[in-house]
Design a binder for this molecule. Structure first.
Ligand SMILES: C[S@@+](CC[C@H](N)C(=O)[O-])C[C@H]1O[C@@H](n2cnc3c(N)ncnc32)[C@H](O)[C@@H]1O
Length: 202
């Protein structure tokens, strides 16, 4: 159900400003990129020409088919794979950047996904992330936890609202830079607390 709804939801979010955040997420990238959980391929149009290849993994078949269409129209070479975050089809230390965009809320094992990203990154490589997550007040975090334990993951394709992705990146041994925290949309809801930034190995 989520796979059928996401492309339309995503287009609405993009038309309300998410496109600018996607562009900022990918600005300045070079070389080989792995994008984890690419959905219907919304980011592909925004990769700069300095990127030589994107390996986009998307385990959900309907979204993967849409991503393949977006890959054909992308300004850089994009290959779409049915792999998932826990097992990326790339050799050790082979890529410059791993992109996580609105996906670490959903993967079953965040620490495993970050360890796998670390495996494929070359020395000096980076993660670029744009994720929603934990709110800034105890009351709202309590509400997020209730949502996560009840209705929200089944309704939203496994999404969780209360994950603290920046802390998870630090716990995985990454150093965070260029961190921007903001509410999107610009109101305080369980889904609006976003973080965007770069996480480097070591
Ligand atoms: C909210 S959508 C975001 C899609 C896309 N990244 C974007 O920004 O439009 C979450 C995506 O994560 C994918 N996903 C869920 N579990 C995953 C996993 N274990 N590995 C890779 N992708 C996963 C879903 O299939 C879905 O495409």
């Amino acid at each position: 159900m989520f796979a059928r709804m996401w492309p339309r939801m995503r287009q609405t979010l993009d038309s309300r400003g998410m496109t600018e955040h996607r562009r900022a997420l990918l600005a300045g990238l070079t070389g080989q990129v792995v994008e984890v959980g690419a959905g219907d391929g919304a980011n592909f149009a925004h990769y700069p020409a300095t990127v030589t290849r994107v390996l986009a993994v998307e385990p959900e078949p309907r979204l993967r088919e849409l991503a393949a269409g977006a890959a054909a129209r992308a300004p850089v070479p994009v290959e779409v794979s049915g792999a998932s975050a826990g097992r990326l089809p790339a050799p050790d230390a082979s890529v410059d950047t791993v992109v996580f965009c609105l996906v670490l809320c959903t993967v079953p094992d965040v620490d495993g996904a970050l360890a796998e990203a670390r495996r494929v990154l070359r020395p000096g490589g980076q993660i670029r992330f744009l994720e929603h997550g934990r709110a800034d007040s105890p009351g709202l975090v309590r509400f997020q936890r209730v949502l996560d334990a009840t209705v929200w993951p089944p309704l939203a394709g496994g999404c969780h609202t209360s994950r603290d992705i920046v802390t998870a990146l630090e716990r995985a041994g990454f150093t965070i830079a260029d961190l921007r925290r903001y509410n999107f949309p610009p109101v305080r809801t369980p889904w609006s607390f976003h973080a965007r930034g770069t996480a480097t190995v070591g």
